[in-house]
Write a protein that binds this ligand. Structure first.
Ligand SMILES: [Zn+2]
Length: 108
């Protein structure tokens, strides 16, 4: 199967993968938000953290998809440098290079 749409270099596949992830995240987020009304007070804080993490991930995936559309995918949001390919393979939704995320680039 070939994903076209003018996206060269296999970005079509990345885009599809991110879209799939986005719909999964949206489902989890919806379910989590519905449960939020039912959980006990003691669980609430933990649950809110879970929902916040899901929202964060959803935002990242959306941003990555937007970057694919704009043709800026793979470039760091903060410094504008190219994000190492290994990073993108490991985490396709990443929008920051390792130094800007506060990590040093892995030495491999
Ligand atoms: Zn950077």
């Amino acid at each position: 199967m070939i994903a076209g749409g003018g996206l060269g270099g296999g970005l079509g596949a990345t885009s599809l993968m991110l879209q799939e992830r986005l719909s999964l995240l949206n489902e989890s987020l919806q379910g989590a938000e519905q449960r939020e009304a039912q959980v006990e007070e003691a669980q609430r804080l933990r649950h809110q953290r879970h929902v916040a993490a899901l929202r964060h991930l959803t935002g990242q995936v959306k941003a990555a998809l937007e970057k694919i559309e704009e043709g800026t995918y793979g470039r760091c949001d903060a410094c504008g440098r190219e994000i190492p390919k290994g990073e993108l393979t490991r985490e396709p939704a990443t929008t920051l290079c390792p130094p800007c995320r506060g990590h040093d680039a892995p030495s491999d």
